[in-house]
Design a binder for this molecule. Structure first.
Ligand SMILES: Cc1cc2nc3c(=O)[nH]c(=O)nc-3n(C[C@H](O)[C@H](O)[C@H](O)COP(=O)(O)O)c2cc1C
Length: 305
């Protein structure tokens, strides 16, 4: 058995799999269960300052390997979530607290409240593709850096920044948040937004019309984003997008990720996905005669011509 442990800004993970934000992360009990099921770390649903209903149903379209969602960040608000994080900790795995705000100051307000529960990391969601201004910080290097600075001013807990792939300024945003003091980057959030139309009625299926695209087919886009970011920054990356197997995870890791987030695949494999990815990664490491995940991180080679 190879060594699957990894580290994100001093936070030790017993394996590199992370439950991604917004997937089963609505309550402490569920997060605890995911932790106990074998995930290396768990991320909460993105939490804002005040309780928020989110979008009207239908909020998801399941097309098998492709998934469209426009949840609209439903959440109980920061004060009501402090206790959920405390319960989640009983799962014994590091907790990544995902947060959002309408501006940099509000991000900091949310962090000030949730730090009472002492999560291991904050993840700043500056990249939601299905709320009005959700992606605006994630596409703007200066605004993204400001969010990091404001949150850093109110907490010593290390920060990760969740990147949107929907910008040509991906690398500039990554460099800016690193410079502003982020310790980790999470890449990527949903693509798009995308749209699915019911042909008989001619009506878009999502009540919100459009939503973030995730699942198997975003994996190559996520790998490319991770690769580009890893070439530009020194901080560790949680590679997210389209991971269903150890092979998918290994591609993100070779591109530069130190840990891998799993989202949509939970729908098909439920909680077995974390052990499945770890077992398959172990086989890959043995095949390549590597002793640890660390030996695989960022080992992408030049193309032979
Ligand atoms: C139903 C659903 C809800 C999501 N909610 C959030 C969220 O609250 N915050 C966030 O940062 N990302 C959210 N995401 C994005 C995922 O965390 C992940 O970045 C994205 O789905 C790509 O990974 P995947 O292909 O493994 O699903 C959500 C994704 C889905 C499918």
């Amino acid at each position: 058995m190879a060594e699957l442990t990894t580290e994100l800004a001093g936070v030790k993970l017993e394996n590199p799999t992370v439950l991604s934000a917004g997937i089963l992360g609505n309550t402490g009990e569920i997060l605890k269960r995911v932790g106990l099921s074998g995930a290396g770390a768990v991320t909460t649903k993105t939490i804002g300052l005040k309780p928020r209903k989110g979008n009207k149903n239908p909020t998801v379209v399941d097309m098998g390997d492709v998934f469209l969602n426009a949840m609209g960040l439903p959440n109980p608000g920061a004060e009501n979530f402090v206790e959920e994080i405390r319960i989640a900790k009983e799962g014994g795995k590091p907790i990544i607290s995902s947060i959002f705000g309408k501006d940099a100051g509000e991000f900091a307000e949310v962090a000030k409240i949730l730090k009472k529960a002492e999560p291991d990391l904050f993840e700043l969601n500056i990249s939601c593709p299905n709320v009005g201004s959700g992606m605006s910080f994630g596409c703007d290097p200066v605004a993204a850096g400001k969010v990091v600075e404001k949150v850093k001013a109110v907490t010593d807990i290390s920060l990760s920044v969740k990147m949107t792939p929907n910008t040509h300024l991906l690398v500039e945003v990554a460099k800016s948040v690193e410079k502003a003091g982020a310790s980790v980057i999470t890449a990527i959030n949903g693509l798009g937004p995308g749209m699915v139309i019911d042909v008989e009625t001619g009506i878009p299926v999502l009540a919100n019309k459009v939503g973030g695209v995730s699942g198997k087919f975003v994996r190559p886009i996520a790998t490319r984003c991770i690769y580009s970011i890893a070439q530009a920054v020194k901080i560790p990356i949680i590679g997210v997008g389209g991971i269903y197997s150890g092979e998918d995870a290994a591609q993100h890791i070779i591109a530069g990720a130190s840990a891998v987030g799993i989202g949509t695949a939970v729908k098909d494999h439920y909680l077995d996905i974390f052990k499945k990815v770890c077992d398959e990664l172990d086989v890959i490491l043995e095949r390549k005669k590597l002793k640890s995940i660390g030996e695989l991180v960022g080992t992408v080679k030049e193309v032979l011509t």
